[in-house]
Design a protein around this ligand. Structure first.
Ligand code: SAM
Length: 292
């Protein structure tokens, strides 16, 4: 079969199926032949390893993962792609396409049903409009997976991989580091896609930690504290906490003192350990289950 990165092959395929790209579904398909082998290899697709992919497109990455991995389950929301995938993935008997919104799939059950006893990794060129919700679902669901290797918008990669306490850090950095160790793998220029997006991309890998990075009394309050601290980015954490929880500034000052956080600190200056201390101080300040 002709490579699925060949432009005339793709155009012929799409024309025969009367397919037009959906911008709102983030459909930018990989046409640079060097990208998929690197995602697959660095993402850990190998004999004995089960792979979950999100968003098949015409199946260019799916085919690579099927060649390298033991078994691939790909979740694709757009049913217009199914007849195309029937054709492009016909040579691979180890691929299953699930035609659903990834945010609505019970991934625990999918892993139990499809990958019994197998090591599992996630590899994907993500639809950029829902990068954060997808990553947070994959992490918060505490799936039995080894790593998540995904292509995302370059700026999103910088925020996701930023170390909390550094200038680029955002709420997503603190959330990601709770569950995983992120790293930048390689950059991909906008010309590597059809249609070419307005932005460049970066492939990152999140290695899942065996235990969360920090221990907290109530996990929910770690994420609530992160959200609150970053809710008013140009203000101090002190002001942001008071506004977010609708409490007096004295209350916020006490919480911060309890957590050992300087009163004038800003959210991007806080480390994962300080967010953990904030979570425990919030638990001690009457924000336990059901009180926020
Ligand atoms: N993997 C292909 C590639 O690299 O060429 C396609 C990647 S494209 C950036 C993203 C894919 O995700 C599209 O095929 C799109 O239809 C699909 N998609 C968008 N939103 C989705 C969702 N909520 N659940 C599952 N798939 C989704």
């Amino acid at each position: 079969m002709e490579p699925l990165t060949n432009l005339s092959v793709i155009k012929d395929l799409l024309a025969r199926h009367g397919f037009s790209f959906s911008k709102s579904l983030g459909q930018n398909f990989i046409v640079n032949p060097s990208v998929c082998p690197r995602i697959s290899q660095l993402g850990g697709a190998a004999p004995g390893v089960g792979v979950i992919e999100i968003g098949a497109g015409i199946g260019v990455l799916t085919a690579q993962l099927a060649q390298d991995g033991e078994k691939v389950v790909c979740i694709e929301i757009d049913s217009r792609l199914l007849p195309i995938l029937d054709e492009t993935l016909a040579p691979y008997s180890n691929v299953t396409i699930v035609n659903q919104d990834v945010l609505k799939v019970d991934l625990h059950q999918l892993i139990r049903d499809q990958f019994p006893g197998m090591e599992v990794v996630v590899c994907a060129n993500l639809p950029y409009y829902i990068t954060s919700p997808i990553l947070m679902k994959l992490l918060e669901d505490r799936l039995p997976i080894r790593s998540i290797t995904v292509m995302v918008q370059k700026e999103a990669a910088q925020r996701i991989c930023a170390r909390p306490g550094s200038r680029e850090a955002g709420a997503i950095s603190a959330a990601i580091r709770y569950y995983s160790e992120p790293q930048v793998l390689f950059h991909v220029s906008r010309g590597s896609f059809l249609p070419a997006p307005q932005v460049d991309s970066t492939v990152i890998r999140l290695d899942i930690l065996p235990q969360p990075a920090v221990a907290v009394r109530e996990e929910r309050l770690y994420f609530e504290g992160v959200r609150a601290a970053f809710s008013q980015r140009r203000k101090t954490v002190h002001n942001a906490l008071a506004a977010y929880f609708g409490r007096p500034k004295d209350w916020a000052a006490q919480v911060l003192a309890q957590a050992g956080i300087p009163p004038l600190a800003r959210a991007e200056q806080l480390t994962v350990e300080q967010f953990a201390a904030l979570a425990d101080a919030l638990a001690g300040a009457g924000l336990s289950q059901g009180e926020t």
